[in-house]
Design a protein. Structure first.
Length: 459
């Protein structure tokens, strides 16, 4: 095969043509979704229940899901590697999880009082993540919000550090420097703090300081200049909203050392990585000891959930009333029943061994196709998570991510979708999730679609 130049611009016209054709196929397959969309726009803002469900060429309306599959309202079947943005590590309608929810529902769904399942879940999380005490939330956004409030309350300081390009939910303190464009983001070694959406007061934006991922020198400079004012740092230990970007060797250890030296608390946002990357997430995998861990998504087996775990000192501060961590639906009985089943009955050693088998199959298969077709891409996987990143060189931070041409990922997403594999729609920003109910055949369908995409790209 003739050599392919490693530059996205070489594929520009071809990508545009592929996207045009595949979007036509996409729309032709889903007339009922289009009708639902038209009806919904009269009563739902934008015709969806979240702005993230609005994407090109149209929202996909789902009928149901069973096992590793989901079905849209037009009757199309998909291998679901979207997984509700990674929430469905147990797969759909898992009998043990569904059974736990159903049994609990007939005994009452809400009391605003604790139930015994909450203790079982907290004990299991303490064992997995090495942090002794826990509180529950209803989403990842709530978990990171409470983590930041707690760090500020405990230290009496106002400033927070976050990583450029990282997403930690949609509360004010972390809606800073998420997906900003080059004219606004400042120098690479000292990124600017920029509001990530409308409705965020500039006074709050100024309280969040930004550092690049994988840059200990920049972190040290910021700490030395502001350590008396910084309450804590929140970080995704593996960046999961830029495809997948792992930490350089020694980076997380360096972050932990520097924050301790300057009396700054450290929170790991493991909302996406927590259970998908292994039994105790990145915290256990890398052997790092943060002060706080934030969880959500896969913990609830598909029902709204969230959790924060912390050291005795921090969580005693909650227990004593130093910080009031509250919420009417915190520890909701349905959520706790589902989480108990997820942690104690589903996500055991056998489940993680199965996930590892599928990870290896997807990684080696996709890498072989990339080599065969000489694509400017590479594969990154960790646990149940994986991504094909259309760059000839590995990404280390947000600035690298900006340079990636999103048309590759969108075209690939369309080929997968039209070929019966459902991936997250946000192109280069997202990654796949396999569940404990996925099969070798499911992985092979993904690889067959990827091969079809590669063939069309180089034709």
């Amino acid at each position: 095969m003739a050599s392919i130049r490693q530059d996205a611009r070489d594929f520009g016209d071809r990508l545009n043509a592929m996207i045009f054709e595949q979007e036509k196929i996409f729309l032709a397959r889903q007339p009922n979704s289009a009708r639902n969309q038209g009806r919904a726009e009269r009563s739902l803002a934008g015709g969806t229940t979240s702005s993230w469900q609005i994407h090109r060429p149209q929202a996909i309306w789902i009928s149901h899901g069973v096992g590793s599959k989901v079905y849209d309202v037009d009757g199309n079947e998909y291998v679901d590697m979207h997984g509700g943005y990674g929430a469905m590590l147990v797969g759909h309608a898992h009998p043990l999880v569904a059974g736990a929810i159903a049994e609990r529902a007939f005994r009452g769904t809400h009391f605003a009082q604790p139930t015994e399942d909450a203790v079982t879940v907290a004990e299991n999380l303490a064992s997995r993540f090495g942090l002794p005490q826990w509180r529950f939330e209803n989403s990842g956004t709530e978990a990171t919000m409470d983590a930041i409030h707690l760090m500020r309350a405990y230290t009496g300081r106002d400033l927070i550090i976050k990583v450029e390009g990282s997403y930690h939910g949609h509360h004010d303190s972390v809606q800073v420097s998420v997906y900003q464009e080059p004219p606004d983001i400042g120098p690479a070694d000292a990124p600017a703090s920029v509001a990530a959406s409308s409705g965020i007061p500039q006074a709050i934006v100024a309280l969040t300081k930004i550092v690049p991922f994988n840059d200990l020198a920049a972190l040290e400079r910021l700490l030395e200049a502001n350590s008396d004012s910084i309450a804590g740092m929140i970080i995704e230990p593996v960046m999961m909203n830029l495809g997948i970007i792992p930490p350089d060797q020694g980076y997380l250890e360096g972050v932990r050392t520097l924050t301790r030296e300057h009396g700054v608390l450290l929170a790991f946002d493991e909302v996406k990585t927590g259970l998908t990357t292994g039994y105790g997430g990145i915290t256990k995998l890398y052997g790092i000891e943060p002060d706080i861990v934030c969880l959500a998504k896969s913990l609830g087996g598909g029902v709204p959930c969230g959790a924060i775990g912390g050291t005795h000192e921090l969580m005693d501060f909650i227990a004593s009333g130093g910080y009031e961590q509250v919420g009417t639906f915190n520890g909701n009985p349905l959520t706790m029943a589902a989480a108990r089943a997820v942690l104690t009955q589903v996500l055991d050693e056998t489940a993680y061994n199965r996930i590892e088998q599928l990870r290896k199959l997807l990684a080696t298969g996709a890498e072989a196709i990339i080599r065969e077709f000489e694509l400017p891409a590479y594969v990154r996987t960790i646990g149940a998570k994986g991504a094909i990143i259309f760059s000839p060189t590995p990404l280390r931070n947000y600035r690298d991510f900006l340079a990636v041409d999103n048309r590759f990922s969108h075209a690939h997403w369309l080929f997968q979708h039209n070929g019966g594999v459902f991936l997250p729609p946000w192109g280069k920003a997202e990654q796949w999730t396999v569940s404990v109910q996925h099969t070798v055949e499911d992985a092979e369908r993904f690889l067959a679609n990827f091969r079809e995409f590669a063939t069309a790209l180089v034709a």
